[in-house]
Design a protein around this ligand. Structure first.
Ligand code: SF4
Ligand code: SF4
Length: 98
């Protein structure tokens, strides 16, 4: 895929492409990890080429990650020329006994 030039149109198309993983740590806290495009995406396809699981497709809004295939190896984040792939974490504390 040819690299697209970044322009105002592509800026407006950045929507995410997140996939979400939920786990519980040893203390019972729920950790929600949203992994995906956290910044501007040019649609260059470098991440798609680097993914060992075929989890990434490049759509009209940029990279999309399929959580059913993703193994969280971070290869896509390593090759992204814009540093646009990463994670956000939300931690929900375990309920306390009353
Ligand atoms: S973290 Fe690894 S498996 Fe998941 S989308 Fe990126 S390259 Fe593919
Ligand atoms: S490598 Fe980065 S800029 Fe290129 S398509 Fe993937 S997320 Fe977008």
């Amino acid at each position: 895929m040819d690299k697209k030039e970044l322009n105002s149109e592509s800026l407006e198309k950045v929507t995410g492409g997140f996939t979400t993983f939920t786990e519980t740590d040893k203390d019972g806290n729920t950790i929600i990890t949203k992994f995906g495009v956290i910044n501007l995406c040019s649609g260059c396809g470098e991440c798609e080429n680097a993914c060992p699981s075929g989890a990434i497709t490049i759509g009209p809004d940029g990279a999309e990650i399929d959580g059913d295939c993703c193994i969280l190896c971070w290869s896509c984040a390593d090759v992204c020329p814009l540093g646009s792939i990463g994670e956000k974490r939300i931690i929900i504390p375990a309920p306390t006994a009353e």
